[in-house]
Design a protein around this ligand. Structure first.
Ligand code: SF4
Ligand code: SF4
Length: 107
Protein backbone atom coordinates (compact mmCIF):
# COMPACT_ATOMS: atom_id res chain seq x y z
CA UNK A 1 0.00 0.00 0.00
CA UNK A 2 1.15 3.55 -0.58
CA UNK A 3 -0.36 6.97 -0.07
CA UNK A 4 -1.40 9.54 -2.65
CA UNK A 5 -0.68 13.05 -1.36
CA UNK A 6 -3.59 15.47 -1.59
CA UNK A 7 -1.33 18.51 -1.22
CA UNK A 8 -3.17 19.79 1.84
CA UNK A 9 0.06 21.27 3.21
CA UNK A 10 -0.49 20.02 6.76
CA UNK A 11 2.87 18.23 6.95
CA UNK A 12 4.65 21.48 6.05
CA UNK A 13 2.92 23.34 8.87
CA UNK A 14 3.11 21.12 11.91
CA UNK A 15 5.97 21.49 14.43
CA UNK A 16 9.08 19.41 13.90
CA UNK A 17 12.35 19.58 12.07
CA UNK A 18 13.13 19.06 8.40
CA UNK A 19 16.61 17.55 8.20
CA UNK A 20 18.82 18.64 5.31
CA UNK A 21 21.97 16.89 4.07
CA UNK A 22 24.94 18.66 2.50
CA UNK A 23 23.78 17.53 -0.96
CA UNK A 24 20.30 18.88 -0.28
CA UNK A 25 21.73 22.19 0.87
CA UNK A 26 23.69 22.40 -2.39
CA UNK A 27 20.57 21.65 -4.44
CA UNK A 28 18.39 24.07 -2.46
CA UNK A 29 20.88 26.92 -2.63
CA UNK A 30 21.38 26.43 -6.38
CA UNK A 31 17.62 26.36 -6.90
CA UNK A 32 17.28 29.64 -5.00
CA UNK A 33 20.37 31.05 -6.77
CA UNK A 34 22.05 31.63 -3.43
CA UNK A 35 25.55 31.12 -2.15
CA UNK A 36 25.58 27.96 0.04
CA UNK A 37 26.94 29.74 3.09
CA UNK A 38 24.31 32.45 2.78
CA UNK A 39 21.65 29.74 2.47
CA UNK A 40 22.94 28.00 5.59
CA UNK A 41 22.94 31.26 7.54
CA UNK A 42 19.46 32.25 6.45
CA UNK A 43 17.53 28.98 6.25
CA UNK A 44 19.10 26.40 8.55
CA UNK A 45 19.72 25.74 12.22
CA UNK A 46 21.45 23.03 14.20
CA UNK A 47 19.37 19.86 14.59
CA UNK A 48 18.12 19.00 18.06
CA UNK A 49 20.60 16.09 18.19
CA UNK A 50 23.35 18.48 17.02
CA UNK A 51 24.31 15.96 14.32
CA UNK A 52 23.57 18.18 11.34
CA UNK A 53 21.30 20.92 10.04
CA UNK A 54 17.55 21.37 9.70
CA UNK A 55 15.43 24.02 8.01
CA UNK A 56 14.28 26.92 10.16
CA UNK A 57 10.59 27.55 10.85
CA UNK A 58 8.34 30.50 10.22
CA UNK A 59 6.91 32.20 13.32
CA UNK A 60 3.79 30.05 12.89
CA UNK A 61 5.87 26.88 13.16
CA UNK A 62 5.47 26.11 9.45
CA UNK A 63 8.54 25.26 7.39
CA UNK A 64 10.34 28.33 6.14
CA UNK A 65 9.57 27.30 2.56
CA UNK A 66 5.86 26.71 3.00
CA UNK A 67 3.63 29.16 1.13
CA UNK A 68 -0.13 29.26 0.67
CA UNK A 69 0.24 27.73 -2.77
CA UNK A 70 2.62 25.00 -1.63
CA UNK A 71 6.34 24.39 -1.28
CA UNK A 72 8.59 27.11 -2.65
CA UNK A 73 11.34 24.57 -3.31
CA UNK A 74 9.19 21.65 -4.43
CA UNK A 75 11.49 20.47 -7.30
CA UNK A 76 14.38 20.07 -4.84
CA UNK A 77 12.61 19.46 -1.54
CA UNK A 78 14.51 17.34 1.01
CA UNK A 79 14.19 13.54 1.03
CA UNK A 80 12.42 13.69 4.39
CA UNK A 81 9.58 15.59 2.70
CA UNK A 82 9.48 13.21 -0.28
CA UNK A 83 9.34 10.16 1.98
CA UNK A 84 6.32 11.17 4.09
CA UNK A 85 4.01 9.34 4.62
CA UNK A 86 5.01 6.33 2.50
CA UNK A 87 8.41 5.71 4.05
CA UNK A 88 8.01 7.29 7.47
CA UNK A 89 5.04 8.45 9.50
CA UNK A 90 3.82 8.25 13.08
CA UNK A 91 0.87 6.78 14.94
CA UNK A 92 -2.29 8.75 14.16
CA UNK A 93 -0.83 10.69 11.24
CA UNK A 94 -3.97 9.92 9.23
CA UNK A 95 -5.90 12.29 11.50
CA UNK A 96 -4.02 15.28 10.05
CA UNK A 97 -2.63 14.02 6.74
CA UNK A 98 -5.19 13.77 3.96
CA UNK A 99 -3.16 11.39 1.76
CA UNK A 100 -5.32 8.63 0.33
CA UNK A 101 -4.28 5.02 0.94
CA UNK A 102 -3.84 3.21 -2.38
CA UNK A 103 -3.67 -0.56 -2.44
CA UNK A 104 -0.83 -1.70 -4.72
CA UNK A 105 -1.87 -4.53 -7.02
CA UNK A 106 0.60 -7.06 -8.35
CA UNK A 107 1.07 -6.77 -12.13
S1 SF4 B 1 10.72 21.89 2.26
FE1 SF4 B 1 8.78 22.10 1.20
S2 SF4 B 1 7.81 20.06 1.34
FE2 SF4 B 1 9.44 20.16 2.89
S3 SF4 B 1 8.40 20.84 4.79
FE3 SF4 B 1 9.25 22.65 3.75
S4 SF4 B 1 7.54 23.44 2.53
FE4 SF4 B 1 7.07 21.31 3.06
S1 SF4 C 1 -0.18 16.17 5.10
FE1 SF4 C 1 -0.35 14.36 3.77
S2 SF4 C 1 -1.79 14.92 2.13
FE2 SF4 C 1 -1.16 16.79 3.16
S3 SF4 C 1 0.56 17.56 1.92
FE3 SF4 C 1 1.44 16.31 3.56
S4 SF4 C 1 1.62 14.23 2.71
FE4 SF4 C 1 0.23 15.39 1.38
Amino acid sequence: MHYQCQRCGACCQWPGQVRVTEAEITALSHFLKMDENAFIQKYTRLRMDRQGLALVDQDSGACVFYQANGCLVNPVKPQQCIDFPDHWNFPGFEKICKAKPIVDRAA
